[in-house]
Design a protein around this ligand. Structure first.
Ligand code: AFD
Ligand code: MN
Ligand code: MN
Length: 400
C-alpha cells in the first residue's frame, strides 16, 4: 500500500504557511546579557541594561517576525522600585512586549537554604512577598504568565524533611495562585538537579503536576527541554501533560548532558520534532490549537547572542514546520493496523522533508527577509552597538 502520498510542493507550502502563522516564540531577556557559566564569562558587546535587552530582542523580532514578547526576570530586569510605565515605554520603542515574568528566589543570600521550602518561616514569607510583588508587576505590565523556577533542594542525605518542604511549597504556590489576575497563569518549572545535587524540591514533571493541581485551575506545568536526564522521553511527558490539559509551555534549549543551554535542535533536532509532533497530533485529534507558551531559555556564552537567538528561532520554525507535515490520518490507521514500519516512516517522511523553501516562501509573503540571519548581519546593528557599548569599532570577533 503506497503510504506516502508524494506531498505536492503546494501542499507543503500551504501546510507550512498555516503552521508558521500560528507559531510565536518568546525570547528571554537574560539570553541577551553576558551571563556566562559558573566557570566564567567570555564577554561580547552584550546587553547590559533592560533597554539594551529590549533593543536586541527587537532585532530578533524584526528579522524573524515571530518573537513579539520578551520574558523578564524581576530581579535582573525589573528590580523593586522600577516603574512599570518605564518598561512599557521600552516595549513601545523597540517593538517587543513584556512576556512571562520570572520571580527570582534563587540568588539572594537569604535563599541559601531555599525559598518557599526553607525551614525558616521568615524566609518562606520573604520569598512569597517577592513572588507576590512579581505577580503585581506582571499584572501591571499585562503579562499573562508567572514562571517561578525554584532551585530549592538539598545536597546531602538527612538534611531535609522532603515532605515538610513539599507542604510548605504547596502553601506558597496556593497563595501565589490566589493572587493571580483573571487571565494570568502560574507555570511551574521542574528540574532534576543543579544547583541542588541530592534532591530538588520540584524535580520532575509529576511533582510539578501535583503542585500545579494543588495550587489551582490557573496553574500549569512548564517543560524546560534542558531539565531532563539523558534517557528521558520528553515527548512522552509532553503527551501526558497534554492529555491532562496541564501543559503550560516550554523553555527551549538543547542539551547533551543536562541543563547545558545549547541552541535548540543543535544536539537532537529529531527530539524537538517529536515534541512538536505530539502537540500537532493532540491538536489534530482535538480539532483545535492548544494554548502553549513557546519560550526560549538559553543564555549563550560563546556564540554571538543575537545571532544565536535568530538561529534558535529559525530552527524552531523549521522543526515545527516538519511536524506539521506528519500525515496523522494515515498514521492513525497504520498504528491501528500495527504496521510499525509504515507508521514510523510517516514520522521519518515528515522529518526528512526539506521545508526550507516553504519557510522562505512564507517569510517573503510576510514581507520578511528569506534569511533573517543574513539580513541581520547586513543591517549594521552589530557595528552600531559595538561602537555604542564598547567605544571601539566592530571586529570579526564581535561575531563570535
Ligand atoms: C536557569 C534555570 C531555569 C530558569 C532559568 C531562568 O535552570 O531554567 O528558567 O534559569 O531563570 O536556566
Ligand atoms: Mn528554564
Ligand atoms: Mn535551566
Amino acid at each position: 500500500m503506497a503510504l506516502h502520498s508524494s506531498k505536492s510542493s503546494t501542499r507543503i507550502d500551504e501546510t507550512v504557511a498555516a503552521a508558521l502563522d500560528g507559531l510565536q516564540i518568546e525570547l528571554p531577556s537574560w539570553g541577551f546579557a553576558d551571563t556566562g557559566t559558573r566557570f566564567g564569562k567570555f564577554y561580547q558587546p552584550a546587553a547590559r541594561t533592560i533597554e539594551e535587552k529590549f533593543s536586541d530582542a527587537g532585532q530578533v523580532h524584526k528579522f524573524t517576525g515571530v518573537c513579539p514578547t520578551i520574558a523578564l526576570h524581576i530581579l535582573w530586569d525589573v528590580p523593586e522600585g522600577t516603574e512599570p510605565s518605564e518598561v512599557k515605554k521600552l516595549a513601545k520603542r523597540y517593538g517587543v512586549q513584556p512576556g512571562s515574568i520570572s520571580p527570582n528566589v534563587f540568588q539572594d543570600q537569604i535563599y541559601k537554604h531555599g525559598s518557599l521550602c526553607n525551614e525558616q518561616e521568615s524566609v518562606r514569607q520573604h520569598a512569597l512577598q517577592h513572588i507576590l510583588y512579581s505577580v503585581r508587576i506582571a499584572r501591571e505590565l499585562g503579562s499573562r504568565d508567572i514562571t517561578p523556577w525554584f532551585a530549592d533542594g538539598s545536597n546531602f542525605p538527612g538534611t531535609a524533611n522532603i515532605r515538610a518542604r513539599k507542604q510548605w511549597l504547596a502553601e506558597g504556590l496556593k497563595r501565589t495562585h490566589d493572587a493571580l489576575g483573571p487571565d494570568q497563569r502560574l507555570l511551574l518549572e521542574y528540574k532534576p538537579f543543579e544547583p541542588a545535587f541530592y534532591h530538588t524540591d520540584i524535580a520532575d514533571w509529576g511533582m510539578a503536576l501535583v503542585l500545579a493541581r494543588a495550587a489551582g485551575p490557573k496553574a500549569r506545568v512548564l517543560v524546560d527541554t534542558g531539565h531532563h536526564y539523558q534517557t528521558q522521553n520528553i515527548e512522552q511527558i509532553v503527551a501526558w501533560l497534554l492529555d491532562e490539559d496541564i501543559l503550560g509551555g516550554f523553555h527551549f534549549n538543547d542539551r547533551r548532558y543536562a541543563d547545558d543551554d545549547l541552541t535548540l535542535g543543535s544536539i537532537d533536532p529529531y527530539q524537538v520534532f517529536r515534541i512538536f509532533a505530539e502537540i500537532r497530533f493532540y491538536e489534530w485529534e482535538a480539532g483545535r490549537r492548544t494554548d502553549i507558551a513557546y519560550m526560549v531559555d538559553q543564555s549563550h556564552n560563546l556564540k554571538n547572542k543575537i545571532e544565536e537567538m535568530i538561529q534558535t528561532v529559525m530552527t524552531a520554525q523549521e522543526l515545527y514546520a516538519k511536524a506539521a507535515l506528519v500525515d496523522f490520518p494515515t498514521l492513525v490507521v497504520a498504528q491501528q493496523e500495527q504496521r510499525l514500519i509504515d507508521a514510523e516512516d510517516i514520522y521519518k517522511d515528515a522529518f526528512s522533508t526539506d521545508v526550507r523553501p516553504a519557510v522562505r516562501e512564507w517569510r517573503t509573503a510576510k514581507g520578511l527577509a528569506q534569511d533573517p540571519l543574513a539580513a541581520f548581519r547586513e543591517s549594521g546593528y552589530m557595528e552600531r552597538i559595538v561602537r555604542e557599548r564598547t567605544g571601539r569599532a566592530a571586529t570579526a570577533s564581535s561575531y563570535a
